[in-house]
Design a protein around this ligand. Sequence first.
Ligand SMILES: Cc1cc2nc3c(=O)[nH]c(=O)nc-3n(C[C@H](O)[C@H](O)[C@H](O)COP(=O)(O)O)c2cc1C
Length: 254
Amino acid sequence: MVLYYSASGNTEYIAKLLAKELDDECVSLLERIRNDDRSKIYSRKPFVICAPVYVCKMPTFVKRCIEHIPFRGSRKVYFVFTSGGYAGMSGSAAKGIIRRKKMQYMGHAEITMPTNHIVSNAYPPSSPEVCRTRISEAEKRIPEIAGRIKRGERLKARHVFLLEKLVILPINPLWVRFMQPSKDFYTTDKCIGCGKCSRLCPVGNIRMADRRPVWQHPCAHCMACILNCPVEAIEYGDITQSKDKYNIRKYVKL
Ligand SMILES: Cc1cc2nc3c(=O)[nH]c(=O)nc-3n(C[C@H](O)[C@H](O)[C@H](O)COP(=O)(O)O)c2cc1C
């Protein structure tokens, strides 16, 4: 069974391509995450968990969800991470979770996709040409990754050196603690009050009041609200007005 969380569609696209190649089910974790649903999941085939990378690790809300789900059937778990090019500690963090669940960690793959962290000036948005190239390069990797999973082989990704680990180790916890303010999100006059942003928020951070979204706290900075608004009415401070609101649906059909 392929399980995934995705904010702007990158991971959803990869998960669906993998599931097709594996002839397996593809299930979104969004509702489980939103509802803190801890009911068991059964799969005869290995579990393949697909997630984006948030500051060198998988998102905290995905990590918690996986920690709490009782997995039944297969004991093997693979991970596939999509990132803007640097997955950092995602693999080792995933390995720790799976070992604590007394399941078999089967390795992870890292796939570079267009960058979606639109509210940060640290990750420049990918140009349309870069988006197209990354998506098509990613598509080419699916048969090889699926082949390994079908044959029961481990997935291999780039080795993360000890020095590298020491440098990046404190960054994610600091970012999670201090760097996800939601006070700068707002809607422009284009807002139609559809509530899609609220429904897509994995941490239930967006309340609708008078048909307008109100961002509360804690925000996970996943970008699902701003990058899925059907009328592109959501902005963040003065950082996003001139930026393209990336969503993979602008490039491929999901
Ligand atoms: C909060 C946040 C942090 C991110 N951190 C990283 C990172 O550390 N390294 C990286 O290469 N990409 C990073 N990205 C980019 C995403 O991992 C990448 O665009 C991913 O494919 C998005 O997947 P999705 O569309 O399925 O949500 C970050 C994106 C967000 C929203």
